[in-house]
Design a binder for this molecule. Structure first.
Ligand code: HEM
Length: 397
């Protein structure tokens, strides 16, 4: 079997669109990722994605941005600002964990900070399991820890959430409650379609855990990278500290630029399920694999210019290329949470306003409270992972 590596932007885009290529990055992460949306193939993927897509629409994003996020940001950042310091990594993750739990369908009946912290620590362990391919830890030890965390989370959060939805769905089927009474979350969609999609309980459990980690982990990392990118930019453009708070388009350009430079995973990987011809004529046989080097493709000078390695939110990019490059993936597995996190531009035709997205809202919340790098406590890379990943990012307010 051969493996090819793609580093050019257009080649990676072509690979994402190839129908004969199957997800192959998460083989070492089965304990948490087996049979989740991201690893499904063909018809199974299409059916489940169609159902879950319905939850990720503009009206949902508007609801998050208007009704949920501002309160979630204040709740976490106000005490940190009052204390005069904080670490962006846990702050960002704490903001998103409750939002992601709402989208995934994980109830928080206590609604206390201690409950959020418990959920957060499960999410951290699930994220470690999902990124097993880039982990520096002993694989068996990591797998055992993730499996144990899944069992404890099941008892603590998942089983009660599942029971509540199963009961609600029975009442809905009996005509006692209406569609509007049902929660709008992934777990409810799965419970409703459990028979049609032939979903055993353990698959539902992993799918919900995957959503929890996908939202929390990638959003937290993207926020820390955005903070770092903005701080670097302000060194040469001090006036833009005010502009980023006041100008939503510029704020979003900063976020998208840091997303381009720091894709959640530096690579995607696919395996050929049938003979595939790539755009440059390379033939792939069944079982051959392709590594899509997103890190390099997102810094392709032909697309992003000679300064592609540098953070420049004002760069000009051709119209058919998203400012975040391939950071949200592409093709059938393109990130379902892309607009929730990356935002949606204003639409002149309909008059719909710009949606900033979660990362921009958190970045603005930090900067509006005066966040600055902590001169006595520099940020540090996470030692447990080979990805460029901040383990700590202390700031002063
Ligand atoms: C900045 C934040 C995020 C980044 C950079 C990101 C990135 C990605 C990427 C690259 C993929 C495709 C992976 C591949 O093709 O191998 C993906 C898929 C996915 N993401 Fe995200 N993601 C983010 C936030 C979110 C959020 C907030 C959610 C949910 C609330 C989410 C849910 C998912 C799901 C369910 C998939 C699987 C889609 C499918 O296979 O059809 N992500 N994400």
């Amino acid at each position: 079997m051969t493996e090819i590596t793609l580093t050019r932007f257009d080649d990676v885009r072509d690979a994402y669109r190839q129908k004969g290529l199957k997800q192959a990055l998460y083989d070492a992460a089965g304990v948490i990722m087996a049979d989740t949306l991201l690893t499904l193939w063909g018809d199974d993927h299409r059916k489940r994605r169609r159902l879950e897509n319905r939850l990720f629409r503009r009206d949902t994003f508007e609801h998050y941005e208007r009704d949920l996020l501002p309160g979630a940001v204040d709740e976490v950042l106000d005490p940190a600002a009052a204390a005069g310091r904080g670490d962006v990594v846990p702050l960002a993750r704490r903001i998103v964990v409750n939002l992601t739990a709402a989208a995934a369908g994980v109830d928080r009946p206590e609604g206390t900070p201690a409950e959020t912290d418990r959920l957060y620590s499960y999410g951290v362990k699930f994220s470690e399991g999902a990124t097993a391919v880039h982990s520096t830890r002993d694989p068996e030890e990591l797998k055992a820890e993730v499996s144990d965390a899944l069992d404890r989370w099941d008892e603590d959060f998942f089983a009660p959430s599942l029971d509540r939805r199963t009961e609600m769905f029975s009442r809905f089927a009996a005509g006692e409650i209406t569609e509007d009474d049902l929660p709008r979350d992934v777990l409810t969609v799965l419970v409703r379609n459990q028979d049609a999609l032939d979903l055993p309980r353990d698959v539902i459990r992993r799918e919900v855990a995957f959503y929890l980690l996908a939202g929390m982990h990638s959003t937290g990392a993207a926020t820390t990278h955005a903070v770092h990118g903005a701080f670097g930019w302000f060194e040469d453009h001090p006036d833009d500290r005010r502009r980023i708070i006041d100008d939503p388009v510029f704020l979003q350009q900063c976020v998208h630029e840091s997303m381009r430079l720091h894709p959640a995973s530096p690579v995607a990987r696919r395996e050929a399920m049938e003979p595939v011809t790539m755009r440059d004529g390379t033939e792939m046989a069944v079982g051959d694999t392709v590594v899509m080097d997103l890190w390099s493709a997102n810094r392709d000078p032909e697309v992003f210019g000679d300064d592609a390695d540098r953070f420049n939110p004002l760069r000009e990019i051709r119209d058919d290329v998203p400012r975040w490059g391939h950071t949200f993936g592409g093709g059938r597995h393109a990130c379902i949470g892309m607009e929730l996190d990356g935002g949606v531009p204003a639409d002149e035709a309909t008059g719909a306003p710009i949606l900033l997205g979660t990362v921009a809202l958190i970045l603005r919340g930090l900067l509006a409270r005066g966040a600055q790098p902590d001169p006595d406590d520099p940020p540090e890379q996470d030692p447990n992972i080979t990805r460029v990943w901040w383990g700590r990012y202390p700031v002063r307010f």
